[in-house]
Design a protein around this ligand. Structure first.
Ligand code: DON
Length: 320
């Protein structure tokens, strides 16, 4: 495929990765300031902040990994990329009648714009927008069917059935998710939820509780690298245009009110989660998953962002 790398380019990328990845891991392992592990979901608050893993999938399916890349972590908001992909498959552009495509400039869990803007969330990656997306997927099914659909989609993308939902995280999120209930109730009051808030949040909290390794996550995201086609199995997951648009949303909204800073520092589309994971897409070149549980002030991985900044600088990867 002319858009993807040639054999020579691939060989060069692999060689440079073999040098750069150990340098990044060594550099970051000395860091004592590692950010703060998410406190508001009790099982996440117990995760060791010393963890660090990274996996890179190239479009010949080779995986280049370092550190704790084989340890499962809570993907949290990164699940919003997979849920959005499924919801676009169901509604197509009709989804945009219920959720916008603009960065919010507010925190991921903010409620302030929702009343002003008549219950239409700014984008599908803030919590309010992701709750609408979960409602679209729920349609008139039972929550457990929809949760199964999202999980099976992720397993299919990663070609790995050994991916599951952490029931303790899901339970803790439901028990502490009062802000999400407020968002869901306001959405419902504005006529932008078809189902009841507790059913929709059942789906949303479970999708956030999917646990994956860096390796699995990078593989699941690989269809966004190669114009919608999964390099693992050759399936066209979405049309090329849709893959580009999902990447555009990740670029503009994937890090909430830290999205501008992330674009400036790293320069590729990416989605973060409060579990400390980040999925980053270098179109036509690489799918990258990084995990370091300590977060910065915007709820995005502190060292994960730094690792991506170093990697993309050294590899000269940028969409700009
Ligand atoms: O709704 C929540 O609060 C979490 N389940 C997910 C939030 C999240 O990952 C935001 N990310 N940085």
């Amino acid at each position: 495929h002319f858009l993807l790398m040639t054999t020579d380019q691939l060989a060069d990328v692999k060689f440079r990765l073999s040098e750069v990845l150990p340098q990044i891991a060594a550099h970051l392992s000395q860091r004592s300031e590692r950010g703060q592990v998410a406190q508001y979901i009790p099982p996440l608050a117990r995760i060791d902040p010393g963890k660090f893993g990274m996996a890179i999938v190239l479009n010949d399916n080779s995986v280049h990994a370092i550190g704790d890349a084989q340890e499962a972590f809570s993907i949290q908001s990164i699940s919003k990329v997979f849920a959005l992909t499924l919801a676009l498959g169901k509604l197509g552009d009709g989804l945009w009648r219920r959720v916008g495509r603009e960065p919010s400039g507010d925190a991921f869990n903010s409620i302030v714009l929702l009343e002003h803007e008549k219950g239409i969330p700014r984008n599908p990656f803030i919590n309010a927008g992701a709750i609408v997306t979960s409602d679209v997927l729920l349609a008139s099914h039972e929550p457990r069917e929809t949760i199964g659909e999202i999980l099976r989609f992720v397993q299919f993308l990663a070609e790995d059935s050994d991916i599951s939902i952490d029931p303790f995280v899901a339970q803790a999120e439901t028990a502490t998710g009062f802000g999400n209930f407020a968002l869901a109730n306001l959405l419902k009051a504005n006529g932008n939820l078809q189902n009841l808030p507790e059913q929709v949040l059942g789906v949303y909290h479970h999708q956030c509780s999917i646990a994956m390794t860096c390796r699995q996550l990078a593989q699941a995201g690989a269809f966004l690298v190669s114009e919608g086609r999964n390099p693992l199995n050759g399936f066209q997951i979405v049309a090329p245009e849709r893959a580009r648009r999902i990447n555009a949303l990740m670029m503009t909204c994937g890090h909430y009110n830290g999205s501008g800073d992330f674009a400036y520092r790293v320069g590729v589309p990416a989605k973060s989660g409060v579990g400390g994971g980040v999925l980053a897409i270098v179109p036509r070149i690489a799918s990258i998953a990084v995990w370091s549980p300590g977060l910065n002030q915007h709820g995005n991985s502190l060292l994960g962002t730094e690792a991506l900044e170093m990697l993309c600088k050294e590899m000269r990867w940028s969409v700009f």
